[in-house]
Structures are given as C-alpha cells and as structure tokens.
Design a protein around this ligand. Structure first.
Ligand code: DC
Length: 238
C-alpha cells in the first residue's frame, strides 16, 4: 500500500509521515531529502545554478541524480531511517542549511533530475508498503496510491514550525530574525515549486486535504490512520 503525503514546505509532512509509517509498520520515504542531497552535491561540485541552467549544468545534475547513490539509514533508537547519505557521505545536517534551501528549488525543477529520482522512488514504493512524502507523489510518482493526503497550514505557522525544528536540531533557541528569514524563504519556495512547469506542487484531484493550522500532531496522525482503516475496512494500527 502507498500512502502519498504532499504539501508545501513546513506543512508537517515529515512529522506526520514518520509517525503514520511507524504505527503502520510501513517504510517512510522523504523524497525532499533526495532533491536536497542532489542540490548539496551540485553546490559541492560548483555546478553553476544560474537560471536558465546551461547545458553543462544540466548534464552535471543528471549525472549526480542518476549515478550517485542516495541512501537512508536508521539511527539507533529511531523508528524510521532519516539519516541521509550520498555516496557514503552523511549529509543529514548539510542538506538542511539555508544555502541548500535556496538551491533545491531550481535543482528540483529540472526534468533530468526528476526523472532519475522518481524512478528510484517508484522502485522503493513498489517493493514495500510505504508512506512517501513530497510535492508530486499523488500526482506523478504514485497517481494510483491508495491514499493521497494534501497537507497544508498557513505560512506563518509553517515558518514557526521550521524555525523551532531547525533550532532544536542545532541546540539553539527560537530567534525572531531567523523566523522572518524562514517565512520569506518558505513563501518564495512555495511560489517557485507551485508554478514550475515540471510536476508543480499541487493537490491531486482525488486527494484529501488537511489544513493542519492549529491542529495537534496526534490529531492529524489519528485522522490519517482513520482514513487508512476506512480503506482497509479494518483497524490499521499494529
Ligand atoms: O520537503 P522539502 O522542503 O525537504 O523539499 C525540498 C525541495 O524539494 C522543495 O523545495 C521542493 C522539492 N521537492 C520536489 O520538487 N518534489 C518532491 N517530491 C519533494 C521535494
């Protein structure tokens, strides 16, 4: 079974998808981390990201996306594999920096990158029950997914969640200036991701939209699990 969870940056996809996957005993796949890993490698390799991208840059991105290995590893004590490796280098922290935030949208807009990563995502989803989160899972990667959720929240709440999440990863406190920068970055990334010609961020016609503004995490998780139970016609939690 495939559960597709799409939505804009900071809508809570990762948190919800990880918890739903853990409760159902499904594999969890963060497709955004794959685009981030390619963007990180492109920055490392000094690929010129000035738009429109040159032939040489497109070629370099294509090689990274199709030939470099992106792997997810489970840390001890974790329920889901959320450590990200590209070619045996752990880039879990590096892919979450503002520099990668900025580079990832133009990278993920390239057909050559999407084709290579979507192929890998389909392979994983076909191999096992998966909760897959991203922007185009319900529309492009698995349009036949049994359950499609489109998760949203107002930009201010999404920026607040991201700021808190990043601060806690680095052992820092909430910072108002960082929040303002995150809000601006989220708004511009959403605009870019929603208007790009290739696989834009949009809800699949048959998706269930959940506006999580002001909703507790557990309420959203329960709602999704209830949807799975409805589809299966039996209690879904293990
Ligand atoms: O979910 P995230 O913020 O980590 O995603 C990073 C970027 O990758 C985001 O700006 C859009 C892109 N992305 C995409 O185009 N398609 C996906 N399936 C997942 C992410």
């Amino acid at each position: 079974m495939i559960i597709a969870i799409d939505g804009p940056a900071g809508s809570g996809k990762s948190t919800i998808a990880k918890l739903v996957a853990a409760r159902l005993g499904f594999t969890y796949l963060d497709t955004g981390a794959m685009y981030r890993a390619v963007a990180w490698r492109a920055l490392e390799n000094d690929v010129d990201m000035t738009e429109p991208l040159s032939e040489a840059s497109l070629k370099a991105l294509g090689v990274i996306a199709s030939e470099e290995e992106i792997r997810f590893v489970r840390r001890p004590g974790e329920t889901q594999a959320s450590q990200v490796f590209i070619n045996d280098r752990d880039v879990s922290a590096e892919i979450r920096t503002p520099t990668v935030d900025k580079a990832v949208s133009p990278v993920s807009a390239q057909e050559v990158v999407r084709a290579a990563l979507v192929k890998q995502q389909r392979k994983i989803g076909l191999a096992c029950d998966t909760v897959m989160e991203g922007r185009d899972i319900g529309t492009v990667v698995f349009p036949e997914a049994e359950l499609k959720v489109f998760l949203t929240a107002c930009p201010e709440e999404r920026a607040q969640r991201r700021t808190i999440q990043n601060a806690s990863r680095q052992g820092l406190f909430f910072d108002e200036d960082v929040y303002e920068q995150t809000l601006a970055s989220i708004i511009s990334r959403d605009a870019y991701d929603s208007t790009r010609p290739t696989s834009p961020l949009k809800a699949a016609a048959d998706s269930i939209e959940i506006d999580s503004t002001g909703m507790a995490i557990e309420t959203v998780v329960k709602y999704v699990i209830d949807l799975v139970e409805d589809i299966r016609g039996m209690p879904a939690e293990q």
